[in-house]
Design a protein around this ligand. Structure first.
Ligand code: NAD
Ligand code: TYD
Length: 339
């Protein structure tokens, strides 16, 4: 399928900027319009060296702005929209859910409406999350048919958006597809998230706050593998509406932290158990076999290799850290609870 001109939203955030970089590096047949509101989580430093690419146009704006979206879709003959834009941090959604609904739900609705009213045949790819499925408290894996049962205000907002996407496909026959991914890690992740928070704290000799007993399980996926999967879904003729994307690398948070400590040759005494996140989901684990079997995708970077690459990237990019946050950045948890 020909996908020439794509509108990427949230392309100055962690995964979106990795995706934009990958497309510009690897595909000279794709032009990118990158719309981002540059919230605390978005930064042009994530696109350094790419902003002025002739195949990239950055637009500073909000996915809720109907007029702006219309003009972007109309003026650029957009073939596809890839919606990364979101409020993405669970802890922040506990403290203040409203903006999660404004961006994740109303923003997605606005994009769907603008695509629907455009003249062209535009594919809409919604970047969603495995967190919409809720928590796997014992064995088993999330499949695409697992019941949606979100537990946090963040995941509830993403689930609401997924329902909207489904409804526009079902009711209006729009070309909509969704990807639901597990926890990403890699370069350019804002340092409030667990992996960069650990690396940064260890570098600064600070404690690592581990919520509850630290035995919650996440399925870690290197961000470049996620971006490759999204491109695969975007360009294929998906037979399904939803594709799960997982790293097949389940780890408890304690195992994750111990790995990072070992790779940085740091002492485990930095681990500090703090009070648990309210409503903390116990385990996420993804079955990606549909994506693997139908579209031939597979993760290429294992946990240990990916973690080494990530640590090296953060070590070599202190300037980036200073640009997006201060070098000795306080995590959201520390600021809220003074842990
Ligand atoms: P992020 O928080 O790093 O980036 C989000 C980006 O969206 C930022 O650049 C921000 O400025 C932009 N944005 C926020 N509100 C906006 C608005 N109203 N209009 C335009 N832009 C806006 O998030 P991320 O980790 O890169 O996640 C990207 C997407 O992937 C999200 O939809 C998230 O739900 C999903 N996801 C993330 C993970 C993960 O592990 N990070 C896992 C699965 C799914
Ligand atoms: P996070 O990166 O916030 O992703 P998510 O909540 O979307 O999975 O957190 C990953 C895991 O690490 C999650 O189980 C919460 C835990 N965590 C801590 O134990 N301490 C922290 O300071 C943070 C930010 C997260």
């Amino acid at each position: 399928m020909k996908r020439k001109n794509i509108l990427v939203t949230g392309g100055a955030g962690f995964i979106g900027s990795n995706f934009v970089r990958m497309v510009l590096d690897e595909r000279d047949d794709i032009n990118v319009v990158n719309l981002d509101a540059l919230t605390y989580a978005g930064n042009l430093a994530n696109l350094e060296g790419y902003v002025d690419s002739p195949r990239h146009e950055f637009v500073h704006g909000d996915i809720n702005d109907a007029e702006l979206i219309d003009s972007i879709i109309g003026n650029n003959n957009v073939d596809a929209v890839v919606n990364f834009a979101a409020e993405s941090h669970v802890d922040r959604s506990i403290e203040g859910p409203r903006v999660f609904y404004e961006t994740n739900v109303m923003g997605t609705l606005n994009l769907l409406e603008r695509v629907r009213s455009s003249d062209g045949d535009v594919r809409f790819l919604q970047v969603s999350t495995d967190e919409v499925y809720g928590s796997l408290d014992d064995g088993g894996l999330f499949t695409e048919t697992t019941t949606i049962k979100p537990n946090s205000p963040y995941s509830a907002s993403k689930a609401a958006a997924d329902h909207l996407v489904h409804s526009f496909r079902h009711t209006f026959g729009m070309d909509c597809v969704m990807t639901r991914c597990s926890n990403n890690y890699g370069p350019l992740q804002f340092p409030e998230k667990m992996v960069p928070l650990c690396i940064n704290n260890i570098k600064n000799g600070k404690n690592i706050p581990l919520y509850g007993d630290g035995l919650q399980v996440r399925d870690w996926l290197y961000v470049h593998d996620h971006c490759a999967a999204i491109l695969r879904v975007l360009e294929s003729e998906p037979t399904g509406e939803v594709y799960n994307i997982g790293g097949c690398d389940e780890k408890t948070n304690l195992e994750l932290v111990k790995t990072i400590l070992r790779l940085l040759d740091a002492d485990e005494s930095l681990i500090t158990f703090v009070k648990d996140r309210p409503g903390h989901d116990r385990r996420y684990a993804i079955d990606s076999s549909k994506l693997m079997n139908e579209l031939g995708w597979a993760p290429t970077v294992d946990f240990e290799t990916g973690m080494r690459k990530t640590i090296q990237w953060y070590e070599e990019n202190q300037q980036w850290l200073d640009a997006v946050a201060s070098g000795d950045y306080l995590s959201y948890y520390e600021r809220m609870y003074d842990a």
